[in-house]
Design a protein around this ligand. Sequence first.
Ligand SMILES: [Zn+2]
Length: 607
Amino acid sequence: MSQNVAETTGAKPVQPSIAEANDAVLRRFPFDDTQDMEDARRGFLGTAREDLVKAADGRTVWDLGAYGFLDQDCPDTVNPSLWRQSRLCADHGLFEVTEGIYQVRGFDLSNMTLVEGDRGVVVVDPLISAETAAAGLALYRAHRGDRPVTGVLYTHSHIDHFGGVRGVLTDDDVRGGVPVLAPEGFLAHAVSENVYAGTAMGRRAAYMYGAVLPKGGLGQVGAGLGQTTSTGTVGLIPPTADVTRTGQQETVDGVRMVFQLTPGTEAPAELNIHFPDFSALCMAENATHNLHNLLTLRGAEVRDPRVWAQYLTEAVDLFAGACDVAFASHHWPTWGRENVVRFLSEQRDLYAYLHDQTLRMLNEGLTALEIAERMELPPPLERAWHTHGYYGSVSHNTKAVYQRYLGWFDGNPAHLWEHPPVEAARRYVEYMGGAGEVLRRARQSFADGDFRWVAQVVDHVVFAEPDHAEARALQADALEQLGYGCENGTWRNFYLMGALELRHGPVGTPTGTASPDLMAALTLDQLFDALAIRVDGPRSWDADIAVRWNVEGRDPVTLHLRNGVLTHGPGTGPAAPEPDAEFTLDEPTLRALLLGTLPPADLASRP
Ligand SMILES: [Zn+2]
């Protein structure tokens, strides 16, 4: 918003058509409904005295003051609906959900919930970083006394719900008997998601959350689900007990919990928790104050909206009649039995509607692009703020449903074997009369406010002639205007990141170095899989090498590199090839070797 941002990033003012569209949002939606503002502030007990949460090396991991600018009026470079959502997400501090249940909010992308037991406090979802989780726990203790952590619960397998665990719990605590509970399958999914496609996901997540964008009206204003991700120390303490079925009851430090298992919803391993003694329901990330992602822009396997909707129905049936408040690991709670039922039911209708209507239209022969363009929410759902696409969007969720059922191919044979981007772009630009002619016409489209088309067509010039300065500049301008108009936080970040890179070159993004805790939690199978993914196929086409690993206390395993693929299987038996080499070693040594911390040359020197 400040002049500085424009100077450093080259950000341009808003174009009239986007400004008008943003202004129209103010008239279209019920901005005078302030229930969310009241709920987001309700039970506020206080916040940290210092804005900055720092790592041991002095690096800033989180800045509580970074979004203070949201207290100002929404500038015309931001969709007012997104501004409103970001303002709500930026509230930070300790909040009482109900007597005995507290939430630390605004200290990370996610919330940490603290449930008081007989002796101490049970922590639900300890944020992304140890530093922010520790700061949250310190804030809680400043208000509620120095209670020990007597249990930890991960609601699901995403990193913003377990990564900060070492800020609230030590290995000694676990050895001392403090339980760590998680849904069945938690560990396998928590680590596999960060390993198989982790590098690409990390890179794309940098675009999705816009961490390097300047914060402000010309830059990053939030991500819809929360403001952004903290950048501290990620860890993982494996669960000591699994929740394996709906209806399972556990009592930790006197806190009674009844679980609903919801696999295949927002995460492959996830659960909701009813706290009967508090008349409270934790909805994990299954019902939050936005339309969530059926397919996140960072990339993931497509989620199942049909199952998601069914589990929301089940949650209402099982628990809503005995709940005075529902809260989640993002956003603010919903109070009042009727409100809880309405909220959960509308969330259910939202996912079910997108699922059913996408299928209806794809069966009518429409393609994903066409369905996304045609899909509209029923008016009552659109009027509810919590159904808005701040994180997921109607557009990309519709495409996700199509992908789930039909995949990438739209059935048009012309799309079966298209030229890849650079090859196609060269031909398009030539057919269209050269780069100069494309840009001349695109500038007219820009003036007409057709930024979608400018982005689509100038993309060809950028791919055909990556050094074409005018093309890059015009493309940046178009992406930026699209960003200014977005209600979706992650779309805005993607667009503005694109503009930033076109103007200033690649900003460099993390390449996914998984934390030692996550690597340690990989099974040997997963480690061998991870190794296989790194094999350069063409370079190893001619190799045929078999290595047998005799790992103490395990069945032997044979790794076989042939046809450019590294497979692993039993070390003996009919399918096992004759090994070219054989190693006998203990598991820690094998792990160190596979993780690259022990150079193969040093293996022989090991006792
Ligand atoms: Zn989350």
